[in-house]
Design a protein around this ligand. Structure first.
Ligand SMILES: [Zn+2]
Ligand SMILES: [Zn+2]
Length: 142
């Protein structure tokens, strides 16, 4: 239960549970409009793990595809669970807020700050990426 080596989380009704057996490789804020819609919050935050280290349980897990991006959520209570991009499909990004111990995951950067809402101020001194912080292999420089 208090195993600090594991990283578990789940939706708020308990129908969906997930865990990772290795430490995350990425913790970030995302200010993009798609994350805003998906979460309903002015800024989203993610904890990224290698997919091979993760497992998800729950028959009620639902998925929504938008181009190469698949977001999952609980079909019962609606909690957003994860973000997967097929172009970097070996990684899974869980919403920081559905981790069981969210305070363990201090974000290290902001992504897509070009889309940041004008009244959101987070003077934390972290690196701020205009677009994505994780390059996609076939993404062009345009
Ligand atoms: Zn749920
Ligand atoms: Zn985003």
């Amino acid at each position: 239960m208090n195993d600090a080596s594991g990283h578990a989380g789940g939706c708020r009704c308990g129908a969906v549970r997930f865990e990772a057996t290795a430490d995350p490789h990425h913790v970030s804020y995302c200010h993009c409009a798609d994350c805003r819609r998906a979460t309903g919050a002015p800024v989203a935050a993610f904890v990224g793990f290698m997919a091979a280290d993760t497992s998800i349980e729950g028959e009620d897990l639902r998925r929504f595809d938008n181009g190469p991006v698949t977001r999952s959520f609980c079909g019962v209570c609606g909690s957003p669970i994860s973000y997967i991009d097929a172009r970097i499909g070996d990684r899974v990004y869980f919403l920081l807020g559905v981790m069981d111990q969210p305070a363990r995951y201090r974000p290290t950067l902001h992504a897509h700050v070009r889309e940041q809402l004008p009244f959101v101020h987070m003077p934390d001194g972290l690196p701020r990426h205009v677009k994505t912080s994780v390059p996609r292999p076939e993404e062009t420089s345009s």
